[in-house]
Design a protein. Structure first.
Length: 257
C-alpha cells in the first residue's frame, strides 16, 4: 500500500500544507497542485455535488504524483465513506462530527477488521490493482488511512476532548463557517468566543497526540493559525485562488494608462 506521507509528518509533529478543490475536476489538477508544492489535496463532495465517478477520476490523476489525495464526504455514513477509500482516497474528512460515539463509528467505517468494519475488496484502485497478501494490505491500509473529523457544531466543540481521545482519529479540522455560525457569531473569526474555541480544539488535539487543522483563506490567516498551534494547513480552494488572482491581475491591467 502507498505510504501516507502526510500522516507520517503529522504524527511526527511536523506541519503539512495542502489545498482544497471544489471546481476543477480536470486531468491536470493533481499535477498542478503537486508542482505548486501541495502535500495533500482535499476534494470536496459535501458542497460540490460531485459523485463517486468524479472522485474515481480525481483519485486516478494522483497516481502520477506524490501528493496525497483526500476527500471530504457529505456525512458520517458508511455508504459515503467506504466507496471513496476503495476509489483511492488516502484519507477521508467527515463533517459535523458531534461526539465521541459518532467519531468512533467514523473510524470503524475507515478501518478493516479487527480495528473496524470496512468491507474487504482488493486488487482495485485503492491498492493500485496489485496482487498480494490481502491480510497484509488490510494492516497497511489501517495504518495509512488518515481519519479527519470536522469540529463545526456546538456538540462537537463541547465534546472535542472526548473526540480527540478516540483511537484512530488523526485530525480535528475546524469548519470555521459552520462553527462560528453554531456559536451565534457567523463568520466573525476575530470574536473572542471563536478564538477561544480554536484554542480549545488545539489543546484537545495536542493533549491526545492528534493534529489540529484549519483551512485559511489568506496567508495572513494561515500564519495566525500556525501560531495558535494548527499544524495541518489547507490553503484556500481552487475557485477562490483562481478568482482572486484573475481579479487582481485584471484590475492592475485596467489601471494601465
Amino acid at each position: 500500500m502507498r505510504s501516507n506521507t502526510v500522516k507520517r509528518k503529522l504524527k511526527n509533529r511536523e506541519k503539512s500544507l495542502g489545498t482544497m478543490v471544489f471546481e476543477f475536476d480536470t486531468p491536470g489538477i493533481a499535477q498542478l497542485t503537486a508542482v505548486a508544492g501541495a502535500e495533500f489535496v482535499m476534494y470536496d463532495t459535501e458542497h460540490t455535488g460531485w459523485g463517486i465517478e468524479t472522485v474515481r477520476r480525481l483519485m486516478a490523476y494522483h497516481r502520477a504524483t506524490d501528493t496525497v489525495p483526500l476527500v471530504r464526504v457529505p456525512g458520517a455514513e458508511y455508504h459515503l465513506i467506504a466507496p471513496v477509500l476503495d476509489a483511492g482516497a488516502m484519507g477521508v474528512m467527515v463533517p459535523m462530527v458531534g461526539g465521541p460515539e459518532q467519531a468512533r463509528e467514523v473510524v470503524s467505517f475507515m478501518k478493516y477488521p479487527p480495528a473496524g468494519k470496512r468491507g474487504v475488496a482488493f486488487t482495485l484502485a485503492h491498492d493500485e490493482y496489485r496482487a498480494g497478501d490481502n491480510a497484509t494490505k488490510m494492516r497497511e491500509a489501517n495504518d495509512e488511512v488518515l481519519v479527519i473529523t470536522q469540529i463545526e457544531t456546538a456538540e462537537g466543540l463541547a465534546t472535542v476532548d472526548e473526540i480527540a481521545a478516540i483511537e484512530g482519529v488523526d485530525v480535528l479540522w475546524i469548519g470555521q463557517g459552520d462553527l462560528s455560525t453554531a456559536l451565534g457569531i457567523p463568520y466573525r473569526f476575530d470574536h473572542p468566543n471563536f478564538l477561544a474555541a480554536l484554542d480549545r480544539v488545539v489543546a484537545a488535539a495536542e493533549g491526545h497526540g492528534k493534529t489540529a487543522a484549519f483551512a485559511p483563506t489568506s496567508v495572513e490567516q494561515a500564519e495566525q493559525m500556525m501560531a495558535k498551534g494548527f499544524r495541518c494547513i489547507c490553503y484556500s480552494g481552487d475557485l477562490w485562488i483562481y478568482g482572486q488572482a484573475l481579479e487582481e491581475a485584471l484590475a492592475k491591467l485596467r489601471a494601465v494608462p
